[in-house]
Design a protein around this ligand. Structure first.
Ligand SMILES: [Zn+2]
Ligand SMILES: [Zn+2]
Ligand SMILES: [Zn+2]
Ligand SMILES: [Zn+2]
Ligand SMILES: [Zn+2]
Ligand SMILES: [Zn+2]
Length: 371
């Protein structure tokens, strides 16, 4: 039904006709008919068991295949392509494109002769018709009852209203082989077979019982779905609470990890500072011990040297006295020298073990091991 558009303002449109001011196309209101993966129109919209709607392209291209690209629910079909078409959205896309043609500048051109500007839309033939072609349309007895509406009138309608109206004029055809083609309209529903059928099918087959009106059945099904969504709304609050809880939990986890990281860093810094202090203290201690050891050794050296010098002096004095001393000198000096030599004799060099260990580093070693 895609007729090429006439260029310009459209032949046959009176130039003086006042431009109607129909409501703006509520483009955003009808985003829902697009594929939920690529946000594009597509004639192959599939309905998944998760009730997301995706085009064939998205289902075969978005990796990983075999699951819903929106909510990751698995697709049971081995091919990864669901069996169910989203007829509703697919048909709405088609109806919206008709509506767009109606709203196009200059209006749609006739789907039959493709020359004139269309004046009428027949929703049952799904055709735009110019006045001339509409006359031909009316010539057919069967088509005379078709609900044809003036394009002018439709232009003034909102998209919402257009879709609503086209819903009313839509018929359900009999599913028996051949009947749909012959235009048999289903008006009867058999609850046993769960099938819609035309009057002749219902009358011809005695198996069908307790018929219902198809409109009543359709309404009942709609109401059943509405009741289920109302019930689900109650479940929803539970899931929303769980969602909020999980988010809290995630935030808590994040916070706890951050705090732990900070704690580790603080503690390590503390330890490093303490270790550095300990290092300085130990180096200071080594320095002090070294200094102390040096002084102790020097003192001991001086003491031993002093003893050796005294021994040398004693030996020299005794030797010289033997060589040159008079009796008088010996008598006078001998007791004094004897006392001194006796004192010298009492002196002993300190044994290796007794000597104070100069510069003892044992304390340093112990503290180093305790770190
Ligand atoms: Zn898509
Ligand atoms: Zn999904
Ligand atoms: Zn025509
Ligand atoms: Zn028609
Ligand atoms: Zn039938
Ligand atoms: Zn039946």
């Amino acid at each position: 039904a895609a007729a090429p558009m006439e260029s310009g303002a459209g032949v046959g449109t009176p130039p003086c006709s006042p431009p109607s001011h129909p409501p703006a196309m509520e483009a955003d209101d009808f985003q829902f008919v697009l594929c939920e993966g690529c946000r594009q129109e597509s004639p192959d919209l599939k309905l998944l068991t998760c009730l997301h709607t995706l085009c064939l392209n998205c289902l075969s291209e978005k990796k990983p295949v075999g699951q819903c690209p929106v909510c990751q629910t698995a697709i049971p079909q081995a091919s990864g392509i669901p069996d169910m078409d989203n007829l509703l959205y697919k048909n709405l896309q088609a109806k919206l494109s008709i509506y767009k043609k109606i709203r196009d500048d200059g209006g749609p051109s006739c789907s039959r002769c493709r020359k004139e500007t269309a004046t009428v839309w027949c929703s049952e033939c799904e055709e735009f018709l110019c006045s001339k072609c509409f006359e031909d349309h009316q010539w057919f007895f069967k088509k005379r009852s078709h609900e044809a509406r003036r394009v002018e009138e439709l232009r003034a309608e909102s998209a919402h209203r257009f879709l609503e109206d086209s819903r009313k004029s839509c018929n359900l055809f009999c599913s028996s082989p051949g009947h749909a083609n012959q235009g048999h309209i289903s008006s009867i529903y058999c609850p046993t077979c769960e099938k819609a059928m035309c009057c002749s099918c219902a009358l011809l087959d005695s198996q069908h019982t307790s018929f219902r009106d198809i409109r009543a059945e359709s309404r009942r099904r709609q109401e059943e779905l509405s009741a289920m969504t109302r019930e689900l709304k109650r479940n929803r609050s539970g899931f929303e609470a769980a969602y909020a809880e999980l988010q809290d939990e995630a935030a808590r986890l994040e916070r706890a990890q951050r705090e732990m990281r900070e704690l580790i860093e603080q503690r390590v810094e503390q330890l490093v500072r303490w270790i550095r202090r300990e290092q300085e203290e130990l180096l200071g201690l080594v320095e002090a011990r070294q200094e102390q050891g040096r002084q102790e050794l020097a003192r001991e050296l001086r003491r031993v040297e002093g003893v050796l010098q005294r021994m040398e002096a004693g030996e020299r004095l005794v030797e010289k006295m033997n060589l040159y001393g008079t009796e008088q000198e010996v008598m006078d000096m001998q007791p004094f020298i004897k006392d001194s030599l006796q004192e010298l004799r009492r002196l002993q060099p300190a044994a290796a073990g007794e000597r104070l260990q100069p510069g003892d580093l044992a304390e340093c070693r112990a503290r180093l091991q305790a770190l």
